[in-house]
Write a protein that binds this ligand. Structure first.
Ligand code: ZN
Length: 74
């Protein structure tokens, strides 16, 4: 498993090596951080709620279809 995009705002995540062979993954947008070590990922810092809300609002409508209806394609 690999985390490349922030699950909260789809921003590309930055990785830096951490102690003990772990990798620290940081979202530069909302500030959320994860510790990635081999097969597991653990969140070490929660995202900034205001930034996540802003990202969700800015997303194109087809990605956040809240109507629940299937998208029709011609
Ligand atoms: Zn983020």
């Amino acid at each position: 498993m690999e985390l490349r995009q922030c699950p909260y705002d789809s921003t590309e995540i930055e990785a830096e090596s951490w102690s003990g062979g772990s990798v620290l993954l940081i979202c530069p947008r909302c500030g959320a951080a994860w510790e990635w070590h081999g097969a597991w990922i653990r969140r070490v810092r929660a995202p900034e709620r205001a930034e996540v809300m802003r990202a969700a609002a800015a997303r194109p409508p087809q990605e956040t279809d809240r109507r629940g209806a299937p998208t029709m394609r011609a």
